[in-house]
Design a protein around this ligand. Sequence first.
Ligand code: NAD
Length: 174
Amino acid sequence: MRGLLVGRMQPVHQGHLQVVKRILEEVDEVIICIGSAQLSHTLKDPFTGGERVMMLTKALSEDGIPASKYYILPIQDIACNSVWVAHIKMLTPPFEKIYTGNPLVQRLFLEEGYQVTTPPLFYRDTLSGTEVRKRMLNGEDWESLVPSSVIEAISEIDGLERIKHLAKKEVSEK
Ligand code: NAD
C-alpha cells in the first residue's frame, strides 16, 4: 500500500522526518509532495521547490531510510481547490491513504472518497516551519529543529543570508 503526505516544508524540519517515519510503519511506500513548489524568495516561502526536494532527500538519506521506500515530487499550486486532488493524482504514483494535519487538504481528499489520517504532531510549538524561519531571521537556535543534512543544504544555498536579505527588502517595500 502507498500513502501520500503533502507539505510546503519551508524548510524541512524534524517534525516532517518523524511523520515520514511514522507513515512508513503503516504503508510500504510514501509519496511526499513538496507543495507550493512555484513559491520561493519570500519570508513565508524562502526556498525553491528544488531546494526543498534536496533538503528532504538528504534528510531521509541521513536517517537511513531506503530510497526505494519513497518518492519526492515538487507540486505547484493551482487556482481551483475543487480539482486539486485530480491535479495531485495526475502527478503522482497511485496511492490509497492520505496523511495530513492541514484542514483544507483533509477536506479536499475526504470529498473525493479517500481515507485521511491525521498523524500526531511532534513538538508542534517548536517543530514548525514558521518557528524555524523566525529563529533563522532572529539569529536564534534553529539548527536543533532540523536534521544536520538540512543545515548543510541551507548553508550550500546561502539560505540564512537569503532570509535576512529578504527581510530588509520586505521592510523597505512597506
Ligand atoms: P506543512 O509543511 O506545514 O505540513 C505538512 C505536514 O507535515 C502536516 O500536515 C503534518 O502532517 C506534518 N507536520 C508538520 N509539522 C509536524 C510536526 N511538528 N510533527 C509531525 N508532523 C508534522 O505543509 P502544509 O501547509 O500542510 O502543506 C499543504 C500544501 O498543500 C501547501 O503547499 C498548499 O499550498 C497545498 N495545497 C494546494 C492547493 C491548491 O493548489 N489549490 C489546495 C490545498 C493545498
